[in-house]
Design a protein around this ligand. Sequence first.
Ligand SMILES: Nc1nc2[nH]cnc2c(=O)[nH]1
Length: 462
Amino acid sequence: MAEILTNSKQEKKEDYALEKVPPHYRMNWWSITNVTLGVATAMIFMQMGSLMALSFGSVNALLAEIYATVMAGALGIGIAYYAAKSGLNTNLMARGGGFGYIGASITSFIYAINFIMYCAIEGAIMASAVHEYLQVVPVWALMVFFGLIVIPFNWFGMKQLDKLQKWSLPIFIILLSAGIIAAANMAPVFKGSIWSFLPQGAQAGGSALLTCIGIMNGLVGIMALLVSDYARFIKKEEFKIGVFAVGFIPQLVCFFIMGLIGIWFGVRMGEANPGVYFVHVIGVGGALFTILTQLRINITNLYSASLSLSNFFEHVFNFKPGRTFWVAFTAIAAIAAMLAGALDHLGPMLTFQGVFLFAWAAILVADAAVVKRTLKIGPQYFEHRSEYLYPWNPVGVVSLLVSSIVGSLAAFGYMGVFLQNIAAFFAAIIGFVLTIVLAIATKGKYYAKDSANDISYDELVA
Ligand SMILES: Nc1nc2[nH]cnc2c(=O)[nH]1
C-alpha cells in the first residue's frame, strides 16, 4: 500500500515528462481545458487588443484577433490531435517527428528559454503591480517572492494545476465582470462607437492590418505548441471533444474573447495597459486581478519549462534529476533574469522566438499530416525512445534552421516591410514546404533506426 502511494506521488511529480502519458493517468477533457485556460486568461492578451486598437484602430485589431483565433485554432487542433493520439508533447513528438533525439533536444532548449523568459516577464509585472500599492517593500524582494511562490504550485504536475486553476477561475470571472461593469458606468474617453475608433493617419486594412497580424503572429506559435503539454492527457474515450476543446477553446478565449475585451477597454479608457485601467476602475480589485491572472499563466510557464528542460538534459547531458528539479531551476533562473534587468533587452529575443515557434509548429504539423499521414514516409507513429531513433534527422533540423534564419532576417527588416510584418507566417510556410521536400528527398531514411512492435493501433497517425 505504502509503495502504491509513493509511486502515485512520484508519478504526479514526474508527470510523464519523458514518457507517453499512459491510459490510466489521462484526465477528463474539462479538467485539461481548465488548465489551459490559465494561459488564455492572461492580461497580455487583453493588452495586445488594447494596444493594437489604440495604435491602429479597432477594426484592424478585431480582424487581427480573428486571424489569430483561426490560425492558432487550426494549428492547436492539429497539435492536440497528435498529442492526444501519441500521449506525447511537442518536445517528445519532435524526436520521431523529423528531428531525431538530439535535434529535438535543441528545439526543447530554445522552447525552455522562451518559457523562462516569460516566467521572468510575468513575475516582474506582478512585482511592479504590487510595488505600486506597497511601496515599502522593495521591488527586488517582490521579484524573489513572486518568483518562488510558483514553485510549490507546480510540484505535483497536472493534477495539482487542475485544482489551482479551478478555484481561481471563478475569482477571475468575478473580478473581470466587476471591471467591465465599473468601466461601463464611467464616462468613456472615446465617446463614439468602439468600432469606429481609428487614430489619425491610420486606415482600416492595408499596412496597419498587416502590422497587427505581425504582432499576433508572435503569440500564435507559442499558443499552438503549448497545447501539446496538456492535450496528451486527453482520454481515448473523450478523444473528439477533448481535441476540439483543448485545441480550440484556449485560442478562442485568449485571442477572441480576451482580445475583444482588451479592444473595448483600451478604446474606452484611452489606455493600453490593463494593469493600469483595471486599478483605475476597481482599485485594489484591479491589483488582485493583475496578480491572479499573472499567477495563473506563470504556473503554466513554469510547468512547460520544466518539461522542456527535462527533455533537453536527458539526451544532451544524460542528466535526469526529475521534473521538480527543473521547476526549481526555472524559477531561480527567472528570478536571476528579473534581478539582472534582462527584461529590458528581450525585444530581439522575443522577435526571434515568435519566428522560431511558429516555424516549429508548422514543421510538426507538416510532418504529421503530410509526411506521415499522406505520403506515408517513415514510421506511421511518433517514436520518442532514443534506442529506435537517429540522433539527428535533417528533415526537421534543416527545415527549422533555414526557416528560422530566413524568417528572422525578414522580421528584423532586411527583406522589406511586407515580409517584416508577416515574418513568422513566412517562416512557417518555408518550414512547412521544406519538411515535405526533405522528407521526400531523404526517403524518410533518418526517421527511425528500427521499427517498434509495441505501438497500439490508436497511436498510428496514418
Ligand atoms: N505561454 C505564454 N505565452 C505568452 N505570450 C506572452 N506572454 C506569455 C506567457 O507568459 N506565457
